[in-house]
Design a binder for this molecule. Structure first.
Ligand code: ATP
Ligand code: MG
Length: 397
């Protein structure tokens, strides 16, 4: 497991992090990187130094696992595997860099430039001299390569500090803000394609995620529930641990089914889902709700239906997919690794009590009137549902 890359230089967008926020951002980033690397084989220290963040190792670690872990940390725009060596004079450095280029770029038909940075001022050459000398030696070694100072394919960064490091590759990170730089929000997580993507997108802005899932045993199975736990686990690779509240929604659904007009079932059910999710959101200190809704996707997501659902909420409801097409959502779910789980064919509580002809333009006053038919039972049923909720602490493996 001895790797030539002993250090990763972590790159992050600095636009949003002027002044005091910079510390909050960097501290959260360091914390999240440490967390992401916790199960990776090897010893890592994550350090802040002169406005930059590095992951340092002794070289004895699993490179692929480390790269995988870092590529899931929100806030990282990219990371560069760096070679770090002791200063043994310029000639030795040039020899090492040439060996590095030979190894990393089997195809030498490339343009490059050397970009030296001399942080240690007693180094006998300045950065201009290093650029010119090292560039020349690389050209001597690999005549197929050529220098392009404006738009090179390879930028060979050489940093002279107490030790010397060099790097030229950047691996993409997920971007966004480190989790922990914003508050928490409550995701209504179903077993579908959309809601895991919605949770991912909000978490990408630094938001910690809690989740609520409504199931309807025995109409929905244990395997349907397990699928939601699995989805939570899959997004928790990005979001960090998720407390998942599993609410038994059966009696509420049966009461709605029995007492309310069937074409309004879905809307009324959604309103109670929002109310219960908001209860747990408040209990968990969340600042908003998250759903996977998208305008017009189904009858319960027309503008009128969304207005009717939204009307019961007192917290902001974040709907990051609101303007997206299904294809765009699918693409993200494939990228983040939830798609395969989402398409497993298990029943959902919404599809079991669904009407043949649901209203597509519900009128809030009519919906409220229908809900009065539940007046005798709903408070007790809500309380029962809340009191019997099971909370699962979901952590990525
Ligand atoms: P998804 O793919 O996320 O299941 P969907 O296209 O099936 O979404 P709906 O069933 O109308 O759409 O649900 C819209 C949103 O309501 C979901 O994205 C999710 O946030 C929430 N939701 C729906 N069903 C449940 C449930 N059983 N438990 C928790 N949240 C749910
Ligand atoms: Mg669904």
């Amino acid at each position: 497991m001895n790797n030539m890359y002993k250090v990763f230089l972590i790159k992050y967008a600095e636009i949003a992090i002027k002044g005091k926020n910079r510390y909050v951002f960097e501290d959260a980033l360091v914390r999240q990187i440490k967390y992401a690397l916790r199960h990776v084989d090897g010893k890592f220290s994550v350090i802040k130094q002169q406005g930059r963040v590095f992951v340092e190792t002794d070289g004895d670690y699993d490179y692929d696992e480390a790269v995988e872990a870092l590529s899931h940390v929100f806030g990282i725009t990219g990371f560069c595997p760096c070679v770090k060596v002791e200063d043994q004079g310029f000639d030795k450095l040039a020899e090492d860099v040439i060996a590095y280029v030979d190894k990393v770029y089997p195809d030498k038909n490339k343009t490059f430039k050397v970009k030296a940075r001399r942080a240690r001022k007693n180094y006998p050459m300045d950065s201009m001299e290093i650029n010119a000398e090292l560039g020349g030696k690389i050209l001597d070694a690999f005549p197929e390569m050529s220098v392009d100072v404006h738009n090179p394919e390879i930028v060979l960064n050489v940093e002279i500090r107490e030790e010397i490091s060099y790097y030229s590759e950047e691996i993409a990170g997920p971007g966004g803000m480190p989790v922990g730089t914003a508050g928490d929000a409550m995701l209504l997580l179903s077993g579908g394609i959309d809601s895991p993507v919605a949770g991912y997108m909000i978490s990408k802005r630094g938001v910690g995620i809690k989740a609520t899932y409504f199931h309807a045993p025995p109409y929905t199975s244990e395997r349907a529930k397990q699928k939601v736990v699995d989805l939570a686990k899959e997004i928790s690779i990005y979001t960090g641990p998720i407390d998942l509240h599993v609410v038994n929604f059966t009696d509420i659904q049966l009461a709605i089914y029995e007492k309310c007009p069937h074409e309004e079932l879905t809307i009324i059910m959604r309103r109670y889902m929002m109310k219960i999710a908001e209860h747990f959101a408040r209990e968990d200190g969340c600042l908003g709700l998250i759903t996977g809704e998208s305008i017009g996707q189904v009858a319960s997501q027309t503008m009128q239906s969304l207005a009717a659902t939204n009307e019961v909420c007192t917290m902001p409801v974040y709907r990051p997919l609101i303007g997206m097409d299904k294809q765009e959502i699918v693409k993200i779910s494939e990228k983040i690794g939830t798609y395969e789980t989402s398409i497993l064919p298990f029943e959902d509580c919404c599809t079991i009590f669904v009407a043949k002809h649901p209203v597509t333009k519900p009128n809030i006053n009519i919906i409220k009137k229908s809900e009065t038919k539940l007046a005798d039972v709903i408070d007790d049923l809500m309380e029962e549902a809340i009191n019997t909720t099971e909370t699962i602490h979901v952590v990525a493996d």
